[in-house]
Design a protein around this ligand. Structure first.
Ligand SMILES: NC(=O)c1ccc[n+]([C@@H]2O[C@H](COP(=O)([O-])OP(=O)(O)OC[C@H]3O[C@@H](n4cnc5c(N)ncnc54)[C@H](OP(=O)(O)O)[C@@H]3O)[C@@H](O)[C@H]2O)c1
Length: 324
């Protein structure tokens, strides 16, 4: 395993983060694995040197946090745990979502209960709450750090100008600053390269992209996307503009390069991200131990500048996706 520091913090994380959205309950989404299968993948990830895990309160309505907490029992300290708050957890309680002080404090406590932990390492805002003043959100996050309930705070998809405003507000008020940005970035979706990624580079923000394999779109030929349960049933796979612009040709070039190098498409797509200096650790979603092992092997693949240019060439600007 390779390790890096998370943004400008002193905390060391593996260059792959294991995404736990696929673990919990298939009642939430048909492609989600049950707890035993999830724990098996987390065990193997630890054996392979992964020490960085990403979940959210809303994944499987809290079950993903339970699976991660159970899997890490007895080995909490040597791992780095990230969760998220924002999406409404109880349809009948509007204060169970958003980023008010009340929502952040209550929902973080609920997350810690499910995880069975006193603190997480990184509490991220899953989206920006346009109904709550950013100062209220930042103060509640800062208090969560002072109270020892999270060590760092992070953000997820939003416009770069919104993130710049939030960083400026925390600096102005002397509050804990966002240490990380978890954004939508992969070979088939590169709009973040315009504004967000240069901003993160200038500000020392750790970048941990979500859906690094375009939700599976970059892992098999585009005509076979519906071959798996997730490919067949996940509406986001079709909502994101992966097939627009040069998406089909990018998929074909990933196939071609994978065949030339004798590796899998997933490994080429991940290796491309791992070659980007502004990326700390892609958050990989796997549904099997074999896929996880594939991901770890991608760290050993060398792509030449010619390979990178060949993969990138067909990309055309597409509509912004992933902020909603
Ligand atoms: N902050 C946010 O808003 C946000 C949004 C989305 C995700 N996330 C985070 O990012 C993590 C990853 O997201 P994601 O699951 O969408 O990411 P992804 O890694 O882009 O896609 C995962 C899918 O790719 C396929 N796959 C993975 N490894 C493979 C391999 N070696 N060979 C073949 N296929 C492979 C699997 O599809 P099949 O199952 O179809 O085979 C898997 O379900 C989540 O767990 C979550 O932690 C955050």
């Amino acid at each position: 395993m390779e390790y890096t520091t998370l943004g400008d913090t002193g905390t060391t994380v593996s260059r792959l983060c294991l995404g736990c959205m696929s673990f919990g309950s298939s009642d939430w989404r048909p492609w989600v694995l049950d707890p035993e299968e999830g724990e098996e993948i987390i065990d193997r990830a630890i054996e392979l040197g992964i020490n960085f895990f990403d979940t959210a309160n809303m994944y499987s309505n809290g079950e993903s946090e339970r699976v991660l907490g159970d899997a890490l029992e007895g080995r909490r300290e040597e791992n780095v745990v990230a969760t998220k708050v924002y999406f409404q957890m109880d349809d009948d309680d509007p204060n169970s979502g958003g980023l008010s002080r009340k929502a952040i404090e209550q929902e973080l406590d609920n997350s810690l209960d499910r995880l069975g932990m006193d603190a997480v390492d990184l509490l991220q805002i899953h989206r920006l709450d346009h109904e709550t003043p950013i100062e209220e959100t930042l103060k509640a996050l800062d208090d969560a750090v002072r109270r020892g309930k999270t060590r760092y705070v992070g953000a997820s998809s939003m416009w770069a100008h919104e993130f710049a405003d939030a960083l400026h507000a925390s600096d102005r008020l002397g509050l804990e600053r966002f240490a990380t940005m978890q954004n939508h970035y992969n070979l088939a979706y590169r709009e973040e390269e315009r504004e967000m990624l240069p901003l993160c580079e200038n500000e020392g923000i750790g970048v941990i992209p979500w859906s690094p394999l375009a939700r599976g779109y970059l892992t098999r030929p585009h005509e076979e996307i519906d071959a798996t349960t997730r490919g067949d049933t996940e509406e986001h796979m079709y909502e994101h503009p992966y097939r627009e612009g040069g998406g089909t040709e990018i998929n074909e070039r990933v196939q071609e390069l994978a065949a030339d190098k004798g590796v899998t498409m997933a490994q080429i797509a991940l290796s491309w991200l791992l070659h980007k200096d502004w990326v700390d650790a892609p958050i990989v979603g796997t549904t099997s131990v074999e896929h996880l092992e594939d991901a770890v092997e991608a760290l050993d693949i060398d792509l030449t500048s010619g390979d990178l240019a060949y993969l990138e060439e067909p990309y055309e600007p597409v509509r912004v996706s992933g902020h909603e």
